[in-house]
Design a binder for this molecule. Structure first.
Ligand code: ADP
Ligand code: ZN
Ligand code: ZN
Length: 740
């Protein structure tokens, strides 16, 4: 720790400090700017307390006179925790997404480092097999966790962080093996990253072309869209580019949209490289997370693999950024600081001067527009590596048909045939629970949430009614609370009901449900997927969790039921999401050595979006949707910012929103705003009541991003200056990915 700067002698300047508070501003303190560098943590007096802050600027251009500033109390980092690039981009991001600077800077730090703990507290923990462990017979007689751990370690050194992701519960095995002298704890392996022998396939022509294009462009910043269906070999391209970065002694950052995809990516990386990999996601113990982050910051981790917030990892030797499944809405943070990890990654790639590859089978319309505009280079992988043609899609017109639990006779026949052939099927339904509504057949009463006024979902297994919007739950009544008749009927189907119906139809094979309810426990998803690994006949019933890049090699039949809700949503993103979902789910069929087939049930086979998608594929659907966006002046042809507010008192909410609207008017100095920015609202949110809070919103829209930003810069201080009614919460969402 550096000596505290004292006001009298060494305080020769001022620093601007971000504090972990939801306030728009940072605070200035006296400090010796020869010692205190931007990016370092400091302890400062704040009101009557003391706080840890992060210096974001030395000698800011405007500040209070020195006699009004207090000196900092201590400098906590000798070398800045955040380097200049990351700090500068965090400040830009705070500005762009209207985040409070303290929230943004502290949000980028692992929790354990937000306090004053020293960097040196986080000693690395690595494990490797001893000579006895790699050679002895004893090793081969071990079973279960011990055998798995020895196998995973092989001849390399792995960090505790990597082991956490590869083998949940590994510590018990580590204790046993360490006692037996078969493995040992070591300092980190600082050997340079190395390619493992014999693991690299020969590229297909398409892959070779795509790779050659990227390599030919050199090491500088360039953005690529790598568009190819699941199984077309995108990951192999990421691996080759990572190989080049590692050969140059540089780091690669890989982002995936959800935690469940990490083990798969980690296995692929480990199989190819003997290198330190820092794994970062929200399910780590805080110490491990800090350790992985510091590992990357020190340049020891050659590869950083993680979910959304891993985009805030320092990269002192940057070489490559990969954003897999770039279209996935999970990259957008939906509360607090509402950044978009893909867009932040692009910002960083640009300032770091490295290539960035966005991969997807179903790119977002924004990314496709950037390709059109010439900002990104598109590379296509049209064919699957293993030469499987895409599975045919059969549309099942439901009109007038008699359905069994929402399943049509033709679909049931297809499932029968699939099971009879000894294959696996997937039934996709994007609704959890047993039924989305519980209705009284006698009087028309239906169960609705007292706090949201929306139907409650029935969970029959738990005999519960649950609100998916606020989490309210109550016991499912046996008789109608309104008329007393015992005539309550579940309406519609959720995954639980399909699981029950299919389980009854196919009693001899496993019917496995994959949704947020069935995979809540850590590792539960992997356990479920393991049950499919033997290739025996089985049926998976699941929600959109199954649409996300998981390897499901044994599936041949995919049934998509109940997509019609998505055709009529008020949210302008719904069409894009639906097209992505259908293509992603359909892409699960027939990956390995057996042809697949996709069955899509709908009441609206002629709906333009469905018809276009089925006839022309994702590109045609995207073109249709892009045309609609253009016609209605929506992104990517306009830029949006959404003010959301909620409050238990409707009058207070309405008063605040009206004042927020009025606060826009005086900003109209440079001529009529209407010409450039349109203001919609205030109006009630699409969900006007949630968890007992009334909700309203105001949408700003402009064809020019710069104008929108200018308006926001002027408006934000005005919003903060408004009287804030008790219990009212508001937030600004720039480039919202949904309007709820
Ligand atoms: P994607 O990321 O597009 O889903 P992957 O890179 O995972 O595709 O490739 C799909 C499968 O094909 C993987 O099992 C991968 O190991 C394999 N694969 C990829 N490229 C090749 C290749 N050139 N030769 C042989 N197998 C390949
Ligand atoms: Zn009734
Ligand atoms: Zn509710």
């Amino acid at each position: 720790m550096v000596n505290p700067a004292r006001r009298s002698d060494s305080a020769s300047g001022s620093v601007r400090v971000a504090l972990p508070l939801p306030l728009p501003q940072a605070f200035d303190y006296l400090a010796d700017t020869g010692v205190v560098r931007p990016g370092s943590r400091v302890r400062v007096p704040f009101g009557r307390t003391h706080r840890v802050g992060v210096v974001i600027a030395a000698d800011p251009p405007t500040t209070l006179a020195a006699e009004h500033l207090k000196p900092i109390e201590a400098v906590l980092d000798d070398t800045p925790l955040l380097d200049a690039e990351l700090l500068a981009n965090l400040c830009r991001a705070a500005d762009y997404w209207c985040g409070a600077i303290g929230d943004v800077v502290f949000g980028a730090l692992p929790l354990a480092l937000r306090e004053g703990r020293a960097v040196t507290d986080f000693a690395e923990e690595c494990w490797r097999a001893t000579i006895a462990g790699t050679s002895s017979r004893d090793a081969h007689t071990r079973r279960g966790g011990s055998a798995a751990l020895l196998e995973i370690l092989g001849d390399s050194t792995l960090s505790a962080n990597e082991l956490d992701s590869l083998l949940p519960g590994w510590r018990a095995a580590a204790r046993r093996l360490a006692t037996a002298g078969l493995i040992e704890r070591t300092a980190s392996s600082r050997d340079p990253a190395r390619l493992r022998d014999g693991a690299t396939p020969i590229l297909t022509d398409e892959q070779a072309d795509a790779l050659a294009t990227i390599l030919a462009a050199g090491d500088g910043f360039r953005a690529y869209l790598l568009q190819g269906v699941t199984g077309s070999g995108k990951t192999e391209i990421y691996l080759r580019l990572t190989e080049r970065a590692l050969q140059q002694g540089r780091q690669a950052l890989w982002l995936v949209p959800e935690i469940g995809l990490i083990p798969q990516a980690l296995r692929r990386l480990r199989a190819r490289f003997d290198a330190r990999i820092a794994v970062l996601h929200s399910n780590l113990a805080e110490g491990d997370r800090a350790r992985a982050w510091l590992d990357a910051r020190a340049g020891d981790a050659a590869i950083v693999l993680g979910t959304r917030s891993a985009v805030f990892t320092p990269l002192p030797h940057p070489g490559l950024i990969v954003v897999d499944e770039e279209h996935d809405a999970s990259y957008k943070q939906q509360e607090g600081f509402r950044y978009h990890a893909r867009d932040f990654a692009l910002l960083r790639a640009q300032s770091l001067g490295v290539p960035i590859v966005l991969g997807s089978a179903t790119p977002s319309l924004e990314t496709m527009a950037n390709v059109e505009a010439g900002r990104y280079t598109r590379l296509r992988l049209h064919r699957r590596v293993h030469a499987r043609p895409p599975s045919p899609v059969h549309v099942l017109d439901l009109r007038g048909l008699k359905l069994e639990h929402g399943l049509s006779p033709a679909l049931l026949e297809a499932l029968d045939a699939c099971i009879a052939r000894g294959e696996q099927a997937l039934v996709f339904k994007n609704r959890r629970g047993y039924a989305p509504t519980l209705l009284c057949h006698a009087c028309g009463w239906h169960a609705s949430c007292p706090h949201c006024e929306k139907p409650l979902t029935l969970y029959r297994g738990r005999r519960q009614l649950l609100c998916h919007h606020c989490g309210h739950s109550q016991r499912a009544p046996g008789a109608c609370p309104n008329c007393g008749t015992v005539a309550l009927v579940p309406q519609g189907q959720g995954t639980e009901r399909l699981e029950e119906a299919l389980g009854a139809r196919y009693p001899d094979i496993p019917v496995l449900r994959v949704d947020r309810d069935s995979t809540r426990r850590r590792g539960a998803f992997d356990t479920l997927l393991d049950k499919l690994a033997d290739g025996q006949p089985a049926i998976l019933v699941g929600t959109q969790m199954l649409a996300k890049g998981h390897d499901l090699p044994g599936l041949t039949t995919v049934a998509i039921v109940g997509v019609d809700e998505g055709l009529h949503s008020v949210d302008f993103h719904a069409g894009e999401r639906l097209a992505q979902l259908i293509v992603q789910v359909a892409g699960r069929a027939g990956r390995a050595d057996k042809p697949g087939a996709v069955w899509l049930q709908t009441h609206e086979p002629e709906h333009p979006l469905l018809a276009t998608l089925l006839r022309g594929g994702y590109d045609a659907a995207a073109a249709l949707l892009t045309g609609e966006r253009l016609a209605s002046g929506l992104p990517p042809f306009a830029h949006l910012a959404l003010l959301r507010a909620e409050c238990r008192q409707r009058e207070a909410l309405e008063g605040f929103m009206a004042a927020a609207r009025d606060a826009l008017e005086p900003l109209d100095r440079d001529g009529p705003r209407d010409a450039h920015i349109s203001v919609n609202g205030p109006i009630a949110a699409p969900m006007p009541l949630r968890a007992g809070r009334h909700r309203a919103q105001l949408l700003l829209e402009s064809p020019q991003r710069s104008l929108l930003r200018k308006a926001l810069t002027d408006w934000l201080p005005a919003l903060h200056a408004l009287p804030q009614p008790r219990g009212l919460r508001w937030s600004i969402d720039v480039d919202p990915v949904d309007l709820y």
